[in-house]
Write a protein that binds this ligand. Sequence first.
Ligand code: SAH
Length: 487
Amino acid sequence: MSGRVFLVGAGPGDPGLMTVRAVELIAAADVVLFDKLIPESALVGARADAELIDVGKIGGGRQVPQDVTTALVLEHALAGKQVVRLKGGDPFVFGRGGEEALACVAAGVPFEVVPAVTSGIAAPAYAGIPVTQRGITSAVAFVTGHEDPDKPETLIDWPALARFPGTLCFYMGIRTLDRIAEQLVAGGRPAGEPVAVVMRGTYGDQRSVRGTLADIATVVREAGIGAPAITVVGGVAALHDELSWLEEARPLGGRTVAVTRARAQASGIAATLRSLGASVVEAPAIRIQPLEAELPALAHYDLVVVTSVNAVQQLFTHVRDARELAGATVAAIGPGTVAELRRHGIEPDVVPERSISEAVLEVLTERGPWSRVLIPRAEEAREVLPEGLRAQGAHVDVLPLYRTVAEPLDPAAREAALGADYLCFTSASSVTFFHEAAGTLAGPRLVTIGPVTSDAVRALGFAPHVEATQHDPDGLVAALVADARAS
Ligand code: SAH
């Protein structure tokens, strides 16, 4: 039986603008055939055994003829595969999705269409331009600029288009921009009509310029603006200057940030960085390896100190029932740890404001004395806390539940991480392991979560550029943003 073809739009570039349906279908697909212009992380959710085919690359990087692509799509579908045909923007807006759909019909292959956010609306929106606006324009036309307006065989009626009473959004119109502008003026649009051009709209490195029909071609050339770009012609283009919200909201726009956390933990920080406009490179240097452990009876302890999200997660692979912790005072270090405990139904009793062991010890000393203390944690943690508590007469059991081990770094991830603007470390072990795998920390600005991690950087002969004052992922991101704003 034939499989099914899904003609899916991947949106204009910002991964957050992909539809839920697109993400679901990519995760389920046997085969994904994708174009050049799709969001960077669009394929991360694909199955490990899925076949991912870069249609932009077949044929040595040249544009692949449409019939070759269509034939590939049908071939996989007829072999019984679930095929996602992933296109930039919307599949039916200058995406040749209609042609592929017709080919499916002709071959008797069932297909579905998944519409998406098109760049002709999204790129202007990210540049502060609503394509319609009460009082300015109540119509919008999407036009291809692919055809040379001077050629007699152009399919566009330029005089009619010039008279169109509304906004014009040109796709693929950078190469022909000067002639487009000329044709519109020749057809009667005022030479002073506002025009904006948005390059790589919604991507982290979006750029946009503003001009008029008379000068936009020059403005674009001088600014070095190139494809992919959307050209917006009409009164709304002038709102670009007033409504540009992106820089304020996306302080990391145009910056690349490498994250070295363990893969399982990186997604939160990566998502935050992306929402601030950064392109994120995931270069996990460490992995959490659970250790065999025998959990002692928790009822024996009057204090349980959990120092990390990992410790909570590992602890609860042993604890079946949160009530086992009912008798003990629970201290949690760091907001992530607190949140993770809450997920397991435990409200911590003590949450020191600062996450450094010395500060934690001080707070616990004030709340003491303690007789029996349990510290479930990583194998290789610092001894400040157990030793300090023992010095006060407590019986302290340290229970190693996991160790962090090196994660191999592939050459592409190494290169991307060292070529990033920022390289972030959330623990001393990620510093050590990343350095071991990459051979250096030279290149990016080095960002650490706190003094202990900074010391690990210095121990290798490098100087941290940014150190978080609040020692958790949010604090690290805040410090990074402050640095980016200042430079
Ligand atoms: N189906 C796509 C359009 C494909 S045609 C969509 O709905 O968006 C390719 C053209 O789309 C490019 O030449 C450019 O004009 C436009 N385009 C695609 N992505 C873009 C982006 N992120 N920013 C600006 N223009 C983009």
